[in-house]
Design a protein around this ligand. Structure first.
Ligand SMILES: Cc1cc2nc3c(=O)[nH]c(=O)nc-3n(C[C@H](O)[C@H](O)[C@H](O)COP(=O)(O)OP(=O)(O)OC[C@H]3O[C@@H](n4cnc5c(N)ncnc54)[C@H](O)[C@@H]3O)c2cc1C
Length: 244
């Protein structure tokens, strides 16, 4: 019975032995990668993110496959928190992610409406006043420097609608390209593994070799945050234990 888990946290004894064994018996391996793991960033975006370490806020994190409305955390290494960990399950190297920093409001609508009602206001005043969903002050200041520094002291009346629309779209869908993830060092789970089609779902026995069983994370089963990976390890271990 192979119960060697995934590759996450090598310092706790993780190894690829289970995958090697599976391959020896002719099993197919679905490519493995670190998952439920924080994203890392380089260049200016990385600097911006690291300068905000400790700030947490509710966001919608998404890509073309999935979307999660959960908290996000800026760290000294990149972006973490449940929203980012969940999205990492669906992310591949080189892809962009989208972060809605103000998920409860349409920022473009607010900026354009305010331009009509209070044309002398500044963008930061409007965003700071948006009290139900206000961005943390430090984040607002950093975003201003990053996104609208050239018009930070310009009254709304003197900013083109197109620019306000563009800014609103960015705050409701900040496009970022992670340089990578923190990898197996901190990943809570390993994506990929032994192909499930080649194992009985009733007994966990290999279809290739009688008497050989695979349970838990060594298989290509990856769950969301919330105990689903434990559940899979225990449930597959239980059904296997019933027959061995
Ligand atoms: C930091 C962290 C937090 C997590 N939090 C959650 C959570 O909140 N909810 C959730 O559902 N899941 C969580 N997980 C995932 C969950 O722990 C795993 O999915 C689950 O434990 C997998 O069970 P398993 O029995 O398949 O493998 P594991 O529990 O990983 O056990 C495999 C064992 O095999 C041993 N082993 C590996 N190679 C060898 C070898 N060559 N020789 C001898 N022994 C070897 C390992 O040392 C290990 O003891 C977390 C994982 C990590 C790392």
């Amino acid at each position: 019975m192979v119960a060697t888990g995934g590759l996450s946290i090598p310092t706790m004894g993780a190894s690829g032995l289970g995958y090697e064994l599976a391959q020896q018996f002719g099993h197919t391996l679905i490519a493995t990668d670190a998952s439920l793991v924080p994203f890392t960033f380089t260049d200016k975006t990385g600097e911006l993110i690291r300068s905000l370490a400790g700030i947490s806020l509710p966001v919608i994190a998404s890509n073309e496959r999935i979307s999660f409305k959960l908290p996000m955390l800026f760290t000294h290494r990149g972006l973490s928190g449940p929203a980012m960990l969940q999205l990492s399950n669906y992310w591949h190297t080189g892809e962009s992610i989208s972060i809605n920093l103000l998920p409860e409001v349409d920022v473009t609508d607010i900026l354009l409406a305010r331009k009509k009602l209070h044309p002398r206001q500044l963008i930061r005043t409007v965003l700071a006043e948006n009290t139900d969903n206000a961005l943390p002050k430090k984040l607002l200041a950093a975003l201003q420097t990053h996104l609208w520094d050239d018009i930070k002291d310009t009254e709304l009346a003197n900013i083109k609608d197109e620019r306000l629309t563009e800014l609103g779209a960015t705050l409701n869908g900040w496009q970022l390209k992670p340089s990578g993830t923190e990898g197996y060092r901190t990943a809570e789970v390993t994506r990929g593994g032994v192909k499930t089609d080649e194992v009985s779902s009733k007994t966990m026995q290999s279809n290739m070799q009688e008497g050989l069983y695979f349970i838990g994370e060594v298989l290509d089963v990856t769950g969301w945050l919330g105990g689903y990976n434990f559940q899979w390890a225990w449930a597959s271990g239980f059904v296997c234990g019933e027959v061995v």
